[in-house]
Design a protein around this ligand. Structure first.
Ligand code: GRF
Length: 201
């Protein structure tokens, strides 16, 4: 399975996916890491791992369509099968969605459809839910609304704040994202209407 990862910041999910590949837990290859932020830590991680690292500056393009056309070009040049969003802080538009239908994944740090959008962990703490977690889903034209592939649950503890909850969720993100990609690589994920089915996992 040939992957591209897009990240805007820290890149810990990207690093976890690359680690799973190196450990033989994920039968895939990251062909390219694309960032919209010049100083993203993810770019450094890619360089250290010997993965093509590409900063594409959105300010150099007239609009989202032109920006995404450039991204699509890079993805095609690298024969990418699946586009993995890992902390990519931009909404995906029609150009990318149409170029990679049902082939763009995202991870969100809450149990969707609860707490979509920014600051999901803070939303969960503020609401007072007793469990939260993370969701791997297909990307569609909404904000964190695409079809859910898998979720992992963590407790929200009485003394939690946004940061302590985020840390607990992140451990699960780093486990779940490579796992889902391996299910896809092994042909175990099927879509049935609005639901996904993972067979023999
Ligand atoms: C993660 O919490 C992810 O769920 C969210 O953005 C964060 C990215 O973290 N979409 P990292 O850049 O992978 O460390």
């Amino acid at each position: 399975l040939q992957l591209a990862v897009m990240a805007s910041g820290r890149g810990s999910n990207f690093a976890a996916i690359q680690e799973a590949i190196e450990n033989g837990q994920l039968n895939a290859q990251i062909k390219i890491l694309i960032s919209d932020k010049e100083y993203a830590q993810a770019l450094k991680i890619a360089e250290q791992a010997g993965i093509t690292a590409c900063f594409i500056d959105p300010r150099k393009f007239n609009d989202k369509a032109a920006y995404e056309t450039e991204i699509v070009k890079k993805l095609h040049e690298n024969n990418v099968d699946i586009l993995v969003l890992a902390g990519f802080m931009r909404l995906v538009g029609p150009v990318l969605l149409n170029a990679f239908p049902r082939r763009i994944l995202n991870i969100h740090p809450a149990l969707l459809p609860s707490f979509p959008g920014l600051h999901a962990q803070r939303q969960a703490v503020d609401y007072g839910v007793k469990f939260s977690g993370c969701t791997v889903h297909l990307v569609d034209d909404g904000v964190d609304t695409g079809l859910i592939i898998a979720q992992a649950v963590v407790p929200v503890l009485p003394d939690d704040n946004e940061d302590t909850l985020a840390e607990r969720i992140l451990v699960e993100e780093h486990r779940l994202y490579p796992q889902v990609l391996q299910w896809i690589a092994a042909g175990k994920v099927f879509i049935d209407g609005s639901r996904s089915i993972v067979k023999d996992c």
